[in-house]
Design a protein around this ligand. Sequence first.
Ligand code: AMP
Length: 187
Amino acid sequence: MRIVLMGPPGAGKGTQAVSLANQLGIAHISTGDIFRSNVSDKTELGLLAKKYMDAGEYVPDSVTNEMVKHRLAEPDVQHGFLLDGYPRTVAQVAELDVILSKLGAQVDLVIELTVDIDEVVKRLVQRSLQQGRSDDSEEVIRRRLEVYQEQTAPLLAAYRARGVLKSVSGMGEIEQVRERLAQLVAS
Ligand code: AMP
């Protein structure tokens, strides 16, 4: 199964993506995690990505697409994958289509985690206190939400038109959301 998990920053995508991918026995691919590990390893990619991440902006499509293309060429994605945080722009949707069509595959399911924006801001502020993420200052949080609305929210309509979009509430306890997602993929 090839799944894309979408939702605004702070919707709980990362946490839910890990358990859903485990449940389904598929690879969990988080572009944010890949960027963060490059930042901490101080690779060339990490140095470039950090500038954008710290400002709450998206890393350029050319860079992100190239990275995902390589990741999706690895053997563990053969049995399916859950993409967490990709695609986020129209150009990334197009690139993902190209990558998958070469494999004779397509996205089977796009899950949108819906949340109330005030709740999201609260979660992000809390996370920044706990994890000290440099992209979680209040100003950056606001910018990340804006960028999501401008560049990523429009992708939902495109996937809805393809008939692959399902929305799930991301509100409530982690365990409740996990259960909703488990039921969705089982149905
Ligand atoms: P995330 O952990 O998914 O919220 O990602 C953290 C940051 O990494 C984002 O705010 C972006 O700066 C960058 N990033 C992650 N995924 C993408 C993507 N698909 N396109 C562009 N930038 C991304």
